[in-house]
Design a protein around this ligand. Structure first.
Ligand code: TTP
Ligand code: MG
Length: 374
């Protein structure tokens, strides 16, 4: 049996990202507890806060009113998304210098696979240090890193020496590391799962290793198998730099051209049902992705319709929308068809996605500043 090559994965995560960008641009705030978020008067919440503010127990998603109660001297700043996006793209440009295999997770976070990199004599530890130095020098903020043989371990490791530090989990140390790792550190283990863990008297991954698969599957469903692997520090997921899906569509070429609009309307109803089904499957899969809590989630941005006519000319039309809407598609069909009035050969409908950071429980704050994948 061929020996599997040891992978080298780096997880980089900038420290208190939005707050760090603010302090970089307003150095007089250095050392003060600061937070970025919505005003207490408009029932806002914190997007993040610096480490000085965290000493008061403040954290992301905390109500601003509560944050101010705990830390009256808190400096609260509004969002400047353009600045965060600019810093994020600078950080991602730095990653590119070291490897092409990059999986961005959010504005300030990514996995890098440096298994095949010859840079720094193949030392992922040194590469990670250099990346962090570049970020500090060129972007003016700090980042922390985790280095390990898979994504799960690298992600956990990057939290270990935060802020402005890095931590390596060497292959020979994985077993010891896992034995004492608290189960709540496993991505996907939230409040509900923790209740079940407590019932099973499982506190750390060492305990979890002892629970048989049948029990885990009965308690956690499909996630049971994955929990079992993760409890041993095993994670085979590749670092994937495939681009996110920007749209989803269905189309149908008629056996005979449709001369009447009403015939196409009937077809639209069938296609609509198909689109609805495919969309459900896609969104469901996204939800089940183990990392989905960490990545941005797709939201419908536009409805799109395409017509190809008997003479192979075509036209497309779209409108803004947040959800599927059959009436809107009907209106699009009428408008697109009235452009030519020609017999229709093909009808296609679909949705375009935008990607927002709503997985951060911050929907209202992000409503004017969707981070799109376009
Ligand atoms: P994180 O990397 O989760 O947090 P952070 O960078 O602020 O702090 P840490 O040092 O622990 O990494 O998120 C990155 C940015 O995303 C964060 O600066 C602000 C935004 N964000 C929200 O808007 N709401 C949230 O609930 C979270 C967690 C993050
Ligand atoms: Mg961060």
């Amino acid at each position: 049996m061929a020996l599997q090559k040891q992978r080298k994965i780096i997880h980089i995560d900038c420290d208190c990202f939005f707050a760090a960008v603010e302090i970089r641009d307003k150095p007089e705030l250095k050392g003060l507890p600061i937070a970025v978020g919505g005003a207490a008067s408009s029932r806002g919440v914190l997007s993040t806060c610096n480490y000085e503010a965290r000493q008061f127990g403040l954290h992301s998603a905390m109500a601003t009113s509560e944050a101010l109660r705990r830390c009256p001297s808190l400096v609260l700043l509004p969002h400047r998304f353009e600045a965060y996006k600019a810093a994020s793209s600078q950080v991602h440009d730095i990653f590119q210098r070291y490897t092409d295999l990059i999986e961005p997770l959010s504005l300030d976070e990514a996995f890098l696979d440096v298994s095949d990199s010859d840079a720094n004599q193949g030392s992922a530890t040194i590469t990670s240090q250099k990346i962090r130095q570049d970020i500090e020098k060129e972007v003016g903020i700090t980042a922390s890193a985790g280095i390990a043989s898979n994504k799960f371990l690298a992600k956990i490791a990057s939290d270990w020496r935060k802020p402005n530090g890095q931590f390596v989990i060497r292959p020979q140390d994985v077993n010891d590391f896992m034995l004492s790792l608290a189960v709540e550190k496993i991505p996907g283990v939230g409040k509900a799962a923790m209740k079940k863990m407590q019932a099973l008297q499982v506190e750390n991954c060492g305990d979890l290793q002892q629970v048989d698969l049948v029990t885990l599957e009965s308690q956690f469903g499909k996630f049971g198998q994955r929990l079992k692997s993760l409890s041993f520090g095993r994670d085979e997921r590749p670092v994937s730099n495939t681009r996110v899906r920007k749209s989803l569509s269905v189309e149908h070429t008629f056996q005979q051209d449709r001369f009447e609009l009403s015939q196409s309307m009937v077809e639209l109803t069938v296609l609509y049902a198909e689109l609805e089904k495919r969309l459900c499957v896609f969104l469901e899969k996204k939800k089940l992705t183990p990392d989905s809590a960490l990545t941005s989630q797709p939201r419908i941005k536009k409805l799109q319709l395409k017509l190809k006519f008997y003479d192979f000319t075509s036209t497309t039309i779209e409108c803004q929308a947040q959800q599927l809407d059959r009436l809107l598609f009907e209106q699009l069909l009428v408008r697109a068809w009235s452009r030519t009035g020609k017999a229709i050969r093909l009808l296609g409908i679909g949705v375009a996605f935008g990607y927002s950071l709503d997985s951060f429980h911050q929907l209202p704050l992000f409503s004017n500043s969707v981070v799109t994948s376009d």
